[in-house]
Design a protein around this ligand. Structure first.
Ligand SMILES: [Zn+2]
Length: 350
């Protein structure tokens, strides 16, 4: 085996108090890479680990962020799948995603139990997880430490606020919380669903109430965004909000305002494309906001109500509802990956 020459160019430090996993910047045979690895007790001899390129680092950070946040609030019990690799068995509890490709291997962060309890696992895998390369496993506190290093050294995180599908946005003429909390002014990113069914991310100046976890945007900005696409978040008008507060509980589908608040409409005036309408519904299902059955029930109720209304011509609306009902009724969860809809963190702009 060719001798591996390495030179530690920068040491960001050990991730645990026992000090065997280090995050470093290393020159490996002339290639400079960030490096996450176990080392001998004296920190001189490299054991197993993984290198991370400059381009991969931010995505890697975001996965870590998502991973540690998820594990803080959720304890997975049932493995998604169990994979046998020689003598070892990997129980995949959560798959967080990939931060880079290397040949036919994708470099992933997963939450895996290799038989000694669940840990964060960072290594390359092939498509069906039947083969893997070398990597490291980290405890939650080691991940937190690594995250902290990346935040301090690379200024990742705490930069942007992403408004996501779960969030409520009040649109009106001023930023005001009905409970008189102080709102912060932030730059927030909103994902918009275009008429082609594509997702584009836009930044908008928003108010944020930390206590209510509620966003406020100007009606003018909302109208501007609507010319690009439907915002993928729950939007309610200032008037509705001041009168009723936040429509609590996503399961209340019998209120028309609920589906409407996530941008779903069959009005000729709003002119949503079929892709837009159906994508909104699938996002609602993917994010767990509504169930497929819940949406079908709601659409049935709407269609029935419209058919009995003799005063208006609902033919066009009914045909769209019917079409959408058929679509969502056949919809399989996991079909529409939530790619492009980022949930980023806050940046306070004063
Ligand atoms: Zn508030």
């Amino acid at each position: 085996m060719a001798k591996i020459e390495f030179k530690i160019l920068k040491d960001y430090g050990a991730l645990s108090e026992y000090g065997d996993v280090y995050f470093r910047y290393i020159d490996w045979n002339g290639y400079e890479k960030y490096d996450l690895r176990r080392w001998s007790d004296d920190g001189e001899e490299p054991y197993k680990g993984i290198t991370i390129s400059e381009e991969e680092l931010e995505t890697f950070y975001q996965l870590l962020q998502e991973g540690t946040e998820t594990i803080t609030t959720f304890t997975p019990r049932m493995p998604l799948k169990t994979v046998k690799l020689g003598k070892a068995t990997a129980k995949f509890l959560i798959e967080f995603g990939s931060f880079g490709e290397n040949g036919n291997m994708s470099r992933q962060l997963n939450y895996i139990d290799w038989g000694h309890g669940a840990k964060f696992d960072i290594r390359p895998w092939n498509d069906d997880h039947s083969a893997c390369g070398k990597g490291v496993t980290l405890t939650k506190s080691e991940c937190e430490k690594l995250k902290e290093i990346l935040e301090t050294e690379f200024e990742y995180g705490e930069q942007e606020y992403g408004i996501s599908f779960e969030d409520f946005v009040v649109r009106g003429n001023i930023f005001r919380c009905s409970k008189n909390h102080e709102t912060e002014t932030i730059e927030a990113m909103i994902s918009l669903l275009t008429s082609d069914g594509e997702i584009v991310n836009k930044y908008v100046t928003a108010g944020y109430c930390r206590h209510c976890n509620l966003y406020f945007i100007l009606d003018r900005d909302y109208q501007n965004m609507r010319t690009v696409g439907v915002p993928l978040c729950k939007t309610i008008s200032d008037g509705y909000y001041m009168k009723n507060g936040i429509p609590f509980d996503g399961s209340v589908l019998n209120e028309e305002s609920m589906l409407h608040s996530i941008g779903y409409t069959v009005n000729a005036k709003d002119d949503l494309s079929r892709a837009q309408r159906q994508n909104i519904l699938s996002f609602a299902v993917e994010t767990g906001l509504y169930t497929v059955n819940g949406i079908c029930d709601f659409l049935d109720w709407r269609i029935d109500k419209a058919q009995r209304d003799k005063n208006h011509d609902y033919r066009s609306a009914i045909s769209k509802w019917t079409e959408d009902r058929e679509y969502i009724n056949k919809y399989k969860i996991g079909t529409r990956p939530l790619k492009g809809v980022k949930s980023l963190k806050r940046k306070i702009v004063r």
